[in-house]
Design a binder for this molecule. Structure first.
Ligand SMILES: *Cc1c(COP(=O)(O)O)cnc(C)c1O
Length: 422
């Protein structure tokens, strides 16, 4: 067990940075939106985090597919620290080097055609709000999205999100959004045909539905969606907020085999900033980027040089260390190993997902019990659905670390099954 690092003199001066009896104070100071926190965490390094009692956990969630480089990565830390000590924030009345370099790098990685443009923001929901506004700017009223889809919690992104339980308390939401059955190409063709199709501004899809329990679109669906939206004159918006930036073993899960993302709009966030809040809306080609012109959109923090420096550091290390290819090979091996574990409880029903975005499918709705048992055993995982446990570890996870979870899984499942029957 490594003790928490002692705070430096400047840190010791700022009240509250030291920790203390946080668990007790949390519920009196924070809104109850996230329920009761599982642990108070004080420190991280690589794929490890430590709680306030000094106990170490293997972080197989990475802040929900965010900490691609794990915790306290030296290159990310140095890039952010240097940028903050040089120029931390300016308004968008001014340009900065990191902001422009990040936009250029994203266009390069997406294989973006000439005329493509980037809008930088601070979160996934904000990126999807930008895409929603682009859809409105086409002058067409309808936006298509998929059942099971998750696009964020602000009103526009929530309107595109299908889950009734999180929508209903906030209705009326922005109108015109129609949810189609997941992965059903015939339903999509019908929605994009004739007069109804001529009213469609955009289709928004996740290549792998993350919050629905790690559900990849059926093979061929995205290519069909590309053809159908193009024929109907509608935008294809690919929400890569969770799947993008290497998570699934490719730079972008919706990319074609040649690496190019064939869409009109791509939204990014989560892993892009490696833990700093960075999102992006990318308009691919001449048309989409021009939909948001001068004065039509904006955000104070978007493209903030510290956040842009963080994203540049993430992209650099992913490339330098070959972590995207590694997510593919390691994910495939780990997935097979996990699917093969000895499980007398019969709880494990399969393992799905791509790269290092995986879910343990369960035969019974006992994911919360599995997540609790995993935490007791020293692993951070997430009950993403009643019958699915999500694994979205840092892309720097080592083979030994992955194997340690595989080895622990039978015991975790057994403990969860005992909880279920007691
Ligand atoms: C998490 C997520 C969002 C929302 O991102 P926030 O940063 O939480 O606003 C949107 N789309 C997808 C696919 C996501 O996984």
């Amino acid at each position: 067990m490594t003790p928490p690092a002692a705070p430096g003199p400047a840190v010791a001066e700022v009240p509250g940075l030291g920790g203390g009896d946080v668990a007790e104070r949390y519920g009196r100071a924070l809104m109850g939106t996230y329920g009761v926190p599982q642990r108070v965490l004080v420190r991280g390094e690589g794929a490890w985090v430590w709680d306030a009692q000094g106990r170490r956990y293997l972080d197989l969630l990475a802040g929900i597919a965010v900490n691609a480089l794990g915790h306290a990565h030296p290159v990310l830390t140095a890039a952010v620290t240097a940028q903050l000590a040089t120029l931390g924030h300016v308004s968008n009345f001014f340009a900065t080097g990191p902001q422009v370099a990040l936009a250029e790098r994203l266009l390069e990685l997406l294989g973006a055609p000439d005329g493509s443009r980037v809008f930088l923001c601070s979160s996934g929901t904000e990126a999807n709000e930008g895409a929603f506004k682009m859809a409105r700017r086409t002058g067409r009223p309808t936006v298509l999205a998929l059942e099971g889809g998750f696009h964020g919690r602000t009103m526009g992104a929530l309107a595109m999100t299908a889950k009734q339980a999180i929508r209903e308390p906030f209705e009326p939401l922005p109108g015109g959004v129609v949810h189609l059955p997941f992965g059903d190409a015939d339903a999509l063709a019908a929605a994009l045909a004739g007069d109804a199709g001529a009213a469609v501004a955009a289709l928004v899809v996740e290549p792998v539905q993350g919050e629905a329990g790690v559900r990849p679109l059926p093979p061929g669906y995205l290519a069909t969606a590309r053809e159908l939206t193009a024929a109907a004159g509608a935008l294809l918006v690919v929400d890569e907020v969770q799947t993008g930036v290497g998570r699934t073993g490719r730079w972008f899960a919706g990319a074609r085999p040649d690496g190019r993302v064939d869409a009109d709009v791509v939204t990014l966030a989560k892993g892009l900033g490696g833990g700093l809040p960075v999102g992006a809306v990318v308009g691919l080609g001449e048309g989409p980027g021009a939909l948001l012109g001068a004065g039509q959109h904006g955000t104070t923090f978007g493209g903030n040089p510290v956040c842009a420096a963080a994203a540049l550091a993430v992209l650099h290390v992913l490339e330098r260390d070959g972590l995207v290819g590694r997510a593919a090979s390691m994910g495939a091996r780990w997935r097979a190993d996990l699917a093969g574990v000895d499980d007398p409880t019969g709880l494990l029903a399969g393992v799905r997902g791509e790269g290092l975005l995986l879910a343990l499918g369960l035969a019974r709705p006992e994911a919360p019990a599995v997540a609790r048992a995993a935490l007791e055993a020293g692993f951070v995982v997430n009950a993403v659905a009643p019958d699915a446990v999500r694994l979205a570890p840092p892309l720097v996870l080592t083979d030994e670390q992955a194997d340690s979870f595989t080895a622990a899984l039978p015991g975790v499942l057994a403990a969860a099954a005992r909880e279920g029957t007691s």
